[in-house]
Ligand binder design. Structure first.
Ligand SMILES: C[S@@+](CC[C@H](N)C(=O)[O-])C[C@H]1O[C@@H](n2cnc3c(N)ncnc32)[C@H](O)[C@@H]1O
Length: 241
């Protein structure tokens, strides 16, 4: 954490514990913090600031990111249809947790969700938000790149869900300031095509669902079918052996 100038935490308090945990993990993962100005651990969820004053945090209990979607809403119906409305199976592997809006949503629909995130700072923010949640839902986060996980895991999933970053996402769930920082953190997910190739070959998977902006090109492979909304679509792939 040498390159980060300031951490805000209170000595001998939970915020210091959190600071120690985060700094150890980031050091272990050799995460480059030079772009960031400070992390405030005294806030209800740690707030990450960059040098341009943009900030970012994840808190599932706040509804500003629309974590609590209503059953029967258009968005719920679209995603639910894309996942096969439970017919393909109940175990979902989300390869791109991000802010976990989709992962939380899917677990609220009753799916058993395992969500991967490869960015250390986003993973820490997710894990922290998850620990503070009252959780009857079945959801867990794993720090891993999708390719590593798909190549090494023995776990079984009927559905794989993938929502890679797209350079010009039309509409974002995040306020502008936070989106700037999130984009900087994540980049453009340039390995997305390769990830999809590995996902469709994953053992015993029934369906792979890729979320794309409505006008975005397909991710290399031709989907078997699509579920289309106004701004986004889901490209559906069957298993390929
Ligand atoms: C567009 S966001 C996903 C948003 C998410 N669906 C949501 O509802 O909040 C993409 C996220 O997935 C992560 N990601 C993208 N490709 C990945 C990969 N190959 N392995 C692991 N994480 C990945 C990025 O770091 C980023 O946090």
């Amino acid at each position: 954490m040498d390159s980060l100038e300031k951490f805000i935490y209170l000595k001998d308090s939970p915020s210091e514990q959190l600071f120690l945990k985060w700094s150890e993990f980031l050091k272990q993962k050799k995460f480059n913090l030079s772009h960031f100005e400070k992390i405030d651990f005294t806030a209800p969820s740690p707030v990450i600031y960059d040098s341009a004053g943009n900030k970012f945090s994840i808190d599932f209990n706040e509804n500003k990111l629309n974590y609590h979607k209503k059953k029967g809403s258009i968005k719920t119906e679209l995603l639910s249809r894309a996942m096969g409305a439970g017919k393909a199976g109940n175990r979902i592997l989300d390869l791109s947790a991000g802010l976990a809006i989709d992962a939380i949503f899917l677990s609220q629909l009753g799916y058993e969700v395992t969500a991967l995130e490869r960015n250390p700072l986003i993973y820490l923010a997710l894990e922290n938000a998850w620990e503070k949640l009252d959780k009857p839902m079945s959801l867990k986060f794993i720090f891993s790149s999708a390719l590593d996980f798909l190549q090494t895991s023995q776990a079984e999933f009927e559905v794989i869900y993938f929502d890679p970053m797209f350079p010009e996402k039309i509409k974002s769930a995040l306020p502008r300031q936070e989106m700037v920082l999130f984009r900087h953190l994540v980049g453009d997910d340039i390995d997305a095509g390769e990830v999809l190739q590995a996902a469709v070959k994953y053992k015993n998977v029934q369906r792979v669902v890729v979320k794309r902006p409505i006008k975005a090109p397909i991710l290399g492979l031709k989907p078997h079918s699509q579920v289309q909304g106004k701004l986004i679509r889901f490209d559906l792939y069957g298993a390929q052996k």
